[in-house]
Design a binder for this molecule. Structure first.
Ligand SMILES: [Zn+2]
Length: 284
């Protein structure tokens, strides 16, 4: 799937489908409400995608998020019902891009379904960066949280997904809002995780924003439809309507990390439902 935002060429490079518990994905929303929009399977799980996003501009290749990767155990693959033939690397190959050609990886945050594909187990069993020539951009706050060793964070951040990046010198820690390459910048939001960031794509007066897990699917546009996975749910509830209002008023493209049908849409304000989708593209 291709989208142009000014001079930026955007391609969805799926990291693989998976499933998570519907109750956890919709937090305080009563089950009769969310099941109308997202039908659960017999284990109460709902279908999700990992819409990793390739941005090409001025000969540079920027990859936003990397999916859950190929290092999950057999048991984890079953629990999450992962469906992936080679993950983001295979999708990049289909788009004509080799791992060595990625210049920058931007992690919205370091949870397993975003950072897992950034590293890979080599033939010798060692874990190495998937993209040998890329710098990996992550908020300092996210890195410090993920590596803190504090018991409340440990299960959210399996260290094999990012530990080796510090050793190879590819890690670039970011403090707050910053340009990554011309046309691509990040905005620190926190909320879903302490160092969660948005990726803003802007060129020739056109705007797109990769929302990460501030709004994981188009069924999460409403203020209170937040995840039980949100570390600071009140922050998400405060910031999400601000961000969505900005994007609705700018007629911007919204890029979703987990929506299984439409990786990007536009939205408008709605008196009753806060925000609704006005334009999208079906998944190819
Ligand atoms: Zn996620």
């Amino acid at each position: 799937m291709q989208l142009e935002i000014g001079e930026l060429q955007i391609t969805t490079v799926p990291g693989g489908d998976f499933r998570l518990d519907g109750g956890a994905m919709f937090g305080v929303v009563p089950r009769p409400l969310w099941t109308k929009r997202s039908a659960p399977d017999e284990q109460n799980r709902i279908a999700l995608a990992t819409n990793c996003t390739l941005v090409r501009v001025d000969g540079l290749r920027v990859l936003i998020d990397t999916g859950y990767g190929t290092k999950l155990t057999e048991k984890e693959r079953k629990v999450f019902a992962t469906e992936s033939d080679g993950g983001v690397v295979a999708s990049l190959a289909a788009a004509g891009v080799r791992p060595e050609e990625i210049d920058v990886v931007v992690f919205s945050h370091l949870h397993f379904d975003h950072a897992g594909g950034g590293t890979v187990r080599s033939d010798s069993g060692r874990i190495v960066p998937t993209f040998p020539n890329a710098r990996y951009c992550v908020q300092r706050k996210e890195w410090e949280t993920a590596t803190s060793g504090l018991s409340e964070w440990v299960t959210s951040y399996p260290p094999e997904n990012f530990e080796c990046l510090a050793d190879t010198g590819q890690l670039e820690l970011i403090d707050g809002d910053r340009e990554i390459v011309p046309g691509v910048r990040v905005i620190l939001t926190g909320g879903h995780s302490p160092g969660h960031q948005l990726v803003v794509l802007e060129s020739e007066g056109q705007l797109g924003v990769y929302l990460g897990d501030i709004c994981p699917t188009w069924n999460h546009l409403r203020q209170m439809w937040c995840m039980a996975y949100d570390a600071h749910v009140s922050e998400v509830r405060r910031k999400k309507p601000e961000i969505l209002g900005w994007l609705a008023d700018s007629s911007a493209w919204l890029l979703s990390d987990h929506d299984p049908q439409r990786p990007w849409v536009k939205i408008r304000r709605d008196g009753k439902r806060e925000f609704v989708v006005v334009d999208g593209s079906e998944r190819g």
